[in-house]
Unconditional design. Structure first.
Length: 415
């Protein structure tokens, strides 16, 4: 029996027990997990250092190493995320609707766990903690398959969390980590119908498309983030610079960072040079279209592929557009339905943008970097869904539930 099948079977057995746990029992386990992360943070950092060294030796980019790196501050944030999840209302058992039928049947619809959730992800070891917390809070078991680049980090984190769970009411087997770095372990998870109830991929475009295209297990699709910021003619220069620089450079390796800046031609004529200077100050390489390069000749030439590229790095595509409609057309053609922003002082333009742009999160005068479960008050997130079925946007507790109908009768039969 393979590691994937063995651990998925253990998770399936544990999932049957999870539905009987009280909110208090689940919250107590989460707090034990949070405290254990802090207590064992040096051991986690030491394990992470092995992954970082392997990454450096392999020539991994600076931005990807940043996604991988753990320090005391990031571990504290992971622990705080678990504490916030513990404080959130437990959705399991909530009655969504209740009604009576003319024949006397009483029908209610309640939230229930999904069962066993498989999560396939890359690089970021904080996902291990976020996923564990959200899945366990909602009464689900979880099978994690992280990227090989974070193997030492993830293994140590799971050891720490297992130690905490062993002192709680949650069965240790409800949290599983696949240690095999072989591609076949991913392929095997995609076909485990009957053991895994739903798969959630988190990572780059190729990983997500592999899961979506080849899984027979149901998939909640998280998407790549080719995110745009459109700076309208009426935008305030200082605000536009703050938002755009933050959206690109605050943490360029994550999926909600800006990859393309669209600038209204009138604003560009006056202020594109100032925007370029601001990006140069934070060492962002600009790749512009012909009109942008006419105004700022130091920009590199933007090729066709740039408009559809999620750089995850200190690189930004820049396009000058005639008006709001041209900005809409570009976002429609190249956006990944993740996060889009307009910077404008025209309320009518803002409302059109918020209404007409098809994305999981649309912003007026705020950085796309806020598309995040923690920032939305969810405690953490399991991913950011760019599909339209079941869940969309940052996925917190409610996204990890299904529903069940309870029907109460008094002897009714169907004629």
């Amino acid at each position: 029996m393979s590691e994937v099948v063995q651990k998925s079977k253990l998770a399936k057995q544990a999932a049957q027990m999870m539905g009987n746990l009280s909110t208090e029992q689940k919250n107590a386990a989460l707090l034990l997990m949070a405290n254990a992360l802090v207590t064992e943070q040096q051991a986690i950092i030491d394990a992470n250092a092995k992954d970082l060294q392997r990454g450096k030796d392999a020539g991994t980019s600076t931005s990807l190493l940043d996604r991988l790196a753990l320090n005391e501050s990031r571990i504290q944030a992971m622990a705080e995320g678990l504490r916030q999840i513990a404080e959130l209302p437990d959705p399991i058992g909530d009655t969504l609707e209740s009604f009576d039928r003319p024949n006397g049947l009483r029908i209610s619809k309640i939230r229930v766990p999904l069962g066993v959730i498989g999560i396939i992800y890359e690089a970021r070891p904080n996902v291990t903690v976020d996923a564990a917390g959200l899945c366990l809070k909602t009464g689900n078991a979880v099978v994690l398959r992280g990227g090989s680049s974070a193997l030492f980090s993830n293994e140590k984190i799971i050891q720490v969390l297992h130690g905490a769970l062993s002192r709680s009411a949650i069965p240790v087997d409800a949290l599983q980590l696949i240690l095999s770095a072989d591609r076949s372990s991913v392929d095997e998870m995609l076909k485990l119908n009957g053991l895994i109830d739903v798969l959630i991929p988190r990572g780059g475009h190729s990983l997500i498309q592999n899961v979506v295209n080849n899984a027979s297990v149901p998939v909640i699709e998280t998407g790549a983030g080719v995110c745009h910021t459109f700076i309208d003619e009426s935008a305030q220069l200082d605000m536009a610079i703050r938002i755009a620089v933050n959206a690109k450079a605050q943490r360029p390796s994550v999926c909600n960072s800006m990859e393309t800046m669209l600038v209204h031609e009138a604003f560009a004529a006056q202020h594109l040079a100032a925007l370029a200077d601001a990006f140069q100050a934070v060492q962002v390489e600009l790749r512009g279209d012909e009109r942008a390069r006419d105004l700022v000749p130091s920009m590199h030439i933007a090729e066709a592929v740039d408009w559809e590229t999620e750089y995850g790095d200190y690189i930004l595509s820049v396009k000058v557009v005639k008006d709001l409609d041209e900005a809409f057309a570009h976002i429609h053609n190249y956006g990944t339905k993740h996060s889009e922003c307009i910077v404008t002082e025209q309320p009518a333009h803002a409302e059109r943008f918020l209404q007409e742009v098809d994305a999981a999160a649309v912003y007026h005068n705020a950085s796309t970097r806020f598309t995040d479960g923690f920032e939305f008050g969810f405690g953490a997130e399991i991913g950011i869904s760019t599909q339209k079925l079941h869940a969309r946007g940052p996925m917190g507790l409610h996204a990890l539930t299904s529903t069940k109908y309870r029907i109460y009768g008094s002897g009714q039969i169907r004629e």
